[in-house]
Design a binder for this molecule. Structure first.
Ligand code: ARG
Length: 579
């Protein structure tokens, strides 16, 4: 259950009984300080102001009508008219107990689910995936998991760059290498090298560049032979990114791929439509849409070129076709783009044109979920030691390798198979968590030591918190999954932990609304820290602990472990029983 929403409804009902117009909300928020209760309703002040009554008197009227018997143990008015609600501990205990029996841990699912199209990862297939794609892939995937968990119908769209003039030179190169008897897999084993090689030939050798240009024309006109070569290239490149998704524990599947090439046939139709409505105008031979909405400081409208002088289409044209497809064919009610913040003008242009052209209704939410750069410890863009781009595959291998050392150090008793399995989860989890735990709109500093540390707000810290609870259950000779005991809350640390656990639903709701997964990370970190405090203050397995306390505390521990596991799972991070 989402307690904030529940109290919100209760207070609003009381406001209606007190004859306060519907327009005034209850404004229930969690209290920052337990002195002021667990939740506060702050709606009385605004209502009183416009009803021209005294806020404290109005707050009193609300309280008189507030039906929270057995739910709140105390309700009081504070300051100018805040209503402080102190929840009843037995009610907290029972609510938490019931949540812990539920597969979804009591998280409320949306009554009116959205159809959300999430555009993420979307690498260019001409090159190997590099660190630039990491953030989009990780943050987009966590959001997709969270939205679908709370009941939205999520359509993942991997808008891969699989079209454009550079494919001419790549196909020419591939054709040559296949002619020499090389297999496509072998030729494209190192995509990066392959790209450099064909680029060099394109620049240095005019017969080659002529052929490359000829291939582009043939590709666009649907020449069967050239299309087959293109398909070969595309398949091998996609299998590289598929490997990365698997290693990264990312939910993108081949059926989620709808690349730029998928919109080819639609571009001409689209541009014609834009021209007919008068939105696109000819300008120096090109077709351009001028947007006053996005004019610069001098008042010059922002130009969006949809067709070049030579007839070619652009990145924006394809994105317009994609957004129209998403709204019309996929019936999206919300469309999210996880793309770095350097493309924010591009996204604004696409959104504005899509609205003006009537491709997307006003009630469909369009969101550019932007994120900042990945920096090295020196504060400069993250690069290899020699200054090159870091390949994602190599970065992830290094993460697992480093985790092997860390895991072995922590627990020398593990056999090599266990070490490998745990290190994979720890290494990948650390990379993902480091990215997810900072506000996505900020740049973030990639730092191996910090992310692999068992202290602080890190992936390993949370995985370790889970294993600690698992080990308590092993010592107690109890099964964590099946354990079932009622909860009784007496100590302040028990109450604080229980209240935090009950906020899980609220946190997920917020993350689903704003697409800021770091809010979930912060929550899990605070939860794990509260658990450690509880565990220090409230012994569980010591002989002097009364049986009822022991069982209740085990149930609290179980609820914590379940929440950490589910929370991490929604971030795309795995846990383990021991480490
Ligand atoms: N392929 C692009 C790149 O690597 C990202 C595409 C993002 N999605 C979109 N619909 N434009 O920069």
């Amino acid at each position: 259950m989402n307690i904030r929403t529940f109290l919100q409804q209760k207070v609003r009902e009381a406001m209606s009984s007190a004859e306060i117009p519907e327009a005034f909300g209850a404004h229930v928020t969690p209290s920052k300080n337990p002195k002021f209760g667990d939740y506060q309703a702050n709606g009385a002040m605004a209502a009183a102001k416009s009803m021209q009554t005294k806020p404290r008197e109005l707050a009193q009227k609300i309280c008189d009508n507030l039906l929270l018997d057995g739910i709140a143990k105390q309700i009081e008015i504070a300051g100018p008219g805040f209503i402080n609600i102190h929840l009843d501990h037995t009610w907290i205990a029972n609510t938490l107990y019931h949540a812990s029996l539920d597969k979804k841990l009591g998280v409320t699912t949306k009554e009116q689910p959205d159809t959300v199209v999430i555009d993420y990862s979307s690498p260019n297939l001409a090159k190997e995936m590099h660190v630039g794609h990491l953030r989009s892939t990780i943050i987009g995937d966590a959001t997709a998991r969270i939205l679908s968990f709370i009941g939205d119908s999520v359509i993942r769209q991997n808008h891969v760059g699989d079209w454009g003039t550079q494919f001419g030179m790549l196909i020419a190169e591939l054709s040559d290498q296949l002619g020499e008897g090389c297999s496509a897999e072998f030729a494209l084993k190192d995509l990066e090298k392959f790209y450099q090689q064909s680029k060099k030939r394109f620049d240095d050798d005019s017969t080659f560049s002529d052929r490359a240009r000829d291939y582009v024309v043939k590709l666009q006109s649907g020449d069967a032979e050239v299309l087959t070569l293109w398909q070969r290239f595309r398949d091998v490149s996609l299998s590289h990114s598929g490997d990365i998704y698997r290693l990264l524990n990312v939910t993108l599947k081949p059926e989620d791929i709808r690349g730029e090439s998928a919109y080819n046939d639609d571009l001409e139709v689209l541009v014609n439509a834009l021209e007919k409505t008068g939105l696109a105008k000819e300008d120096e031979g090109a077709l351009v849409i001028f947007l006053d909405e996005l004019a610069d400081k001098e008042g010059n409208p922002s130009p969006v070129i949809v067709q070049k002088k030579d007839g070619g289409y652009l990145y924006a044209t394809t994105d317009l076709a994609a957004i129209r497809f998403r709204a019309n064919a996929l019936k999206a009610t919300r469309i999210q783009y996880f793309i770095d913040d350097r493309q924010s003008l591009h996204m604004k242009q696409v959104f504005t044109v899509a609205r003006k052209a009537g491709f997307v209704e006003n009630n469909v939410r369009l969101e550019h979920c932007a994120f900042g750069k990945m920096l090295g410890k020196d504060g400069k863009p993250f690069k290899t030691r020699t200054g090159g781009t870091v390949k994602l595959a190599e970065l992830l291998d290094e993460a697992v390798e480093k985790a092997v050392t860390v895991v072995k150090e922590k627990n020398p008793q593990l056999n090599s198979e266990q070490v490998a399995e745990i290190a994979r989860k720890v290494g990948i989890g650390a990379v993902k968590y480091a990215d997810l735990s900072i506000t996505r709109t900020n740049d973030y500093v990639f730092d191996w030591d910090a992310m692999l540390s068992f202290e602080g707000n890190t992936g390993p810290y949370l995985q370790y918190a889970f294993t600690r609870i698992a080990s308590i259950f092993r010592k107690a000779e109890q099964d964590l999954q099946r354990f079932d005991a009622s909860i009784e809350l007496n100590e302040p640390q028990e109450i604080a932990l229980a209240l935090k656990l009950l906020k899980f639903s609220e946190v997920l709701e917020q993350v689903a609304e704003d697409a800021y997964p770091h809010v979930l990370c912060n929550y899990l970190y605070e939860l794990a820290s509260l658990f450690m405090r509880f565990y220090e203050a409230c012994p569980i397995l010591k002989t002097e602990v009364a049986e009822a306390d022991k069982l209740s505390r085990l149930q609290l521990s179980k609820a914590t472990a379940q929440t950490i596991r589910l929370g991490l799972d929604l971030l795309g991070i795995e846990v383990m029983e021991r480490m």
